[in-house]
Design a protein around this ligand. Structure first.
Ligand code: TRP
Ligand code: SF4
Length: 332
């Protein structure tokens, strides 16, 4: 029997290379070794975006389409949408009952989210009951499948700690049942945004998996280079080339990177030319993924089918666990 992995993402729209290199590539590799469940956390999206739900459905489809394009394989992994597994909401109730208020209040991830909210104007700035329940709902996601490992970024580890605390508390109160899920750290994303800051869609410095090759090439031309270099034949400093050379190291093979370094240092390579080549390189690395994405984009009914089947499969497992939970808690 393979061990179980669960991980989710809030459906915030089309994914960028930071998501691909930092998270999804990691998921793809886990698929063969584990029984994997990957889901779009649409309820979690509501914790802060309850007033902006017009795009929620499309965003969910976009995120899952990106996963499929990147190699999450529905034959190997189960792909589902959180809100299509209502058993999670019931488990969330039982877990909420046994979670002390101060456990969620001191959750550093939540504190960060609250800080960002407070900078907003008006209604959107308040912290609702649902947001306070974020780590409990996340625990329900994980415990619903009695998962062994949770691949997440370092920023999510505090949440997983709460999940482990809640599992332990449940087991103490009602009898040994839940595993204590462990985080599996995603290799944190090596790629920065085109401006050298963290890549993010709201910073307008990202390259999306779904971007066209033309848009990608244009974006790459804006990547920051060695700022001290004014003319093409000035000697360059690849290690001070803030973005472009870093991208070369991610996408180029060793020989190419050596060559870029040499030519740059000798002043034999202009930055514009260098970035034109880099754009081509990135496009060729993404070609297969984009082709696959096209396929799913033009066949959305297939994505829908994958979501429905994955959610139905997840519900069956969730119902088995929930039946045992109800018994242990001594519900009617
Ligand atoms: N909080 C996670 C994020 O923002 C998303 C998430 C929700 C999740 N439930 C989860 C991740 C359960 C792992 C397991 O990225
Ligand atoms: Fe960077 Fe290439 Fe310009 Fe050198 S030539 S500074 S590696 S963009």
């Amino acid at each position: 029997m393979k061990q179980t992995i669960v991980s989710g993402m809030r459906p915030t729209g089309k994914l960028h290379l930071g998501h691909y290199l930092g998270v999804i590539q990691n998921w793809v590799e886990l698929q063969d070794k584990y029984d994997c469940y990957f889901f779009a956390a649409d309820w979690h999206a509501l914790t802060t975006k309850y007033d902006k739900t017009d795009d929620l459905r499309q965003n969910t489809l976009d995120v899952i389409t990106d996963w499929l394009a990147c190699g999450i394989d529905p034959e190997k992994s189960t792909i589902y949408v959180q809100s299509l597994v209502p058993e999670i909401a019931e488990l969330n109730i039982y877990l909420g009952m046994i979670t002390p208020q101060n456990w969620v209040e001191r959750d550093p991830c939540l504190k960060d989210m609250a800080k960002i909210l407070k900078t907003k104007e008006g209604q959107g700035s308040q912290i609702n009951f649902g947001l306070m329940g974020y780590p409990v709902l996340m625990s329900a996601d994980i415990m619903m499948l009695n998962a062994d490992y949770i691949p997440v970024g370092i920023d999510q580890v505090a949440h997983i700690e709460i999940t482990r605390d809640i599992s332990r508390r449940f087991n103490n109160l009602y009898g040994e049942f839940f595993k204590e899920a462990q985080p599996l750290l995603n290799s944190c994303s090596l790629i920065c945004g085109l401006d050298g800051n963290k890549m993010g869609k709201s910073f307008n410095n990202d390259i999306k998996i779904s971007d066209t090759p033309e848009d990608t090439a244009k974006k790459v031309m804006t990547a920051i280079t060695d700022r001290s270099r004014l003319r093409k034949d000035d000697l360059g400093h690849p290690d001070e080339c803030e973005v472009a050379f870093k991208y070369w190291k991610i996408f180029g093979d060793d020989e190419e990177v050596q060559n870029v370094r040499c030519e740059c240092e000798k002043g034999l390579r202009g930055c514009a030319q260098c970035k034109r080549q880099l754009g081509e390189k990135i496009n060729s690395k993404l070609a297969q993924i984009r082709e696959k994405r096209k396929y799913y984009e033009t066949n959305p009914q297939e994505v829908e089918k994958i979501i429905q089947e994955g959610s139905a499969k997840t519900r069956i497992k969730a119902q088995e666990i929930l039946a045992q939970v109800r018994k242990l808690v001594k519900m009617y």
